[in-house]
Structure formats: C-alpha cells, structure tokens
Ligand binder design. Structure first.
Ligand code: ZN
Length: 248
C-alpha cells in the first residue's frame, strides 16, 4: 500500500514523533464514537459541569449513568492499533500520546501513564473537585447503589466526579501545557482516528504543522485539516499501524 509506505518513511525519518488519538482509535475495541449518529449524546442530553456542581439531582443522574453501564464499553480492551502505538513509544520513536479518549486503553496497552496526555480526562476513576483526591469507582458504586449515597470526598467532603472533562468544564491546564510542549518539540505529528472538530484539542495538529513538523492524518473519513497535512490516509487504524510497528 502506497500510503502505508509513505507513513513508514516519515516514521523512519522522524527524530521525535507525537501521536494524537481520537474516538476512531477505540472503535475497533468496540467503543462507540459518542458523537456519531446513534452515539450516546444523540440518545441522552449531556450533563453540564455547572449543573453537576449546582444540583444534587443532576449529580444523582450523572452517577446513575456512570454505574448503569449506559456508555456500553466497560471492560473494553486495547486493539492492535493501541499495541502498535505502544511499541512506537517503547522504542523511543514516539515521545507521548495526546488523546481525546477517556477509555484508558493507551495505558492498558502498556504506555506509561506519564506519556499519555488525556485532554478529556479518564472515565476509569473519579476525583474530588476540591482537593483532587482520586476515588475508585467500585468503592463509590457500592455506597451509591447500596445506600443511595451521592459520592463526596472522604478527606475533605468536596464533590466527587468521574475524572472526565464534562461539557462546560475547563480543560485540565497542566495537561494542556504538557501537550503543547510535546507538540512543539516533535518533528512528526500523527493523528489517529480523530475528525479534528473539537477544539481546543484539534488545535494541536495545526500548532505542530506551523512549527515545522510533518503532519499525518489517519482517519476513516476526511477531516477539515486534510489540506494542511503532508499525508492523509482514509483507512482503519489497527491494521495499518500494526503493519508499521510489528511486534518483535
Ligand atoms: Zn477532597
């Protein structure tokens, strides 16, 4: 495949690459693209951060959703694309993965958590909105389902929320800063499975390109940024990445 050869050459020539992933990375793990027709946001209204903070009924509804498995992907596992990306990280070719996904599958594929920059947080645990303490979901689930208790922080009494970035909630500044540093330090920026429509996340490929990096977009469908990319591959991610970074 020509496109695959071109990508192999770009990876081979890169000194320091960054990979940026979106929903398309995980659809091959059975995780639906939340924004697609039939996705969860077409079936229920999102709960905005301000409403979660202000209204106990909204918090109860949010926790109901969190524990009812309505998102439908609890127990998903990394696919061959995740493992290929993990090999590129392990080989020192890719310095970090910037992801819009909250499914923890990059970490589950073996990438150290410090090299996964989660722009939209992580759905696998919860944090206190006041002191930042991490809370495990299975512990919260027991008291919520068993006694109807809306989770609060065991340390400070603050509100506890699943550690994803909700609609209306600011992006985590420290992660955004790290993602910017990584983007400006790379000479190859590879987008995997993002339609690049959600800002500010989608600003990173533009930033990389303006800074002189090569830009590659691998996505099932065309994106608005194909025009500025050095290479665009409209294909599934797993097979092509597994071919580029085969297991030893
Ligand atoms: Zn707290």
């Amino acid at each position: 495949m020509l496109g695959s050869d071109a990508l192999a050459k770009l990876i081979g020539a890169a000194r320091r690459a960054v990979i940026f992933t979106g929903a398309g990375m995980s659809t091959e793990s059975g995780i639906p693209d939340f924004r697609s027709p039939g996705g969860v946001w077409s079936r229920m209204k999102p709960i905005y951060f301000q409403d979660f903070v202000a209204d106990a009924d909204m918090r109860r509804e949010a926790w109901n959703r969190a524990f009812s498995g309505v998102a439908g992907w609890v127990g998903a596992e990394p696919n061959q694309g995740h493992y290929a990306v993990a090999r590129l990280v392990a080989r020192g070719k890719v310095s970090s993965v910037i992801t819009q996904n909250v499914d923890n599958l990059h970490q589950a594929s073996g990438i150290p958590a410090t090299q996964v920059l989660e722009l939209h947080g992580n759905a696998g645990y919860a944090t206190c909105l006041d002191c930042g303490l991490r809370h495990e979901l299975d512990v919260l689930k027991q008291s919520f389902l068993g006694r109807g208790e809306i989770p609060v922080c065991r340390d400070c009494g603050g509100l506890v929320k699943v550690a994803t970035v909700s609609f209306g909630q600011p992006m985590p500044p420290a992660v955004m800063r790290l993602a910017e540093i990584e983007t400006l330090a790379c000479d190859l920026f590879i987008v995997l499975g993002s339609s690049l429509v959600v800002f500010p996340a989608a600003g990173f490929p533009v930033m990389a390109k303006r800074n002189g990096a090569r830009l590659v977009i691998v996505n099932r469908d065309p994106t608005d940024m194909d025009d500025i990319a050095d290479l665009v591959l409209n294909t599934e991610i797993g097979p092509i990445m597994a071919g580029l970074a085969p297991a030893d």
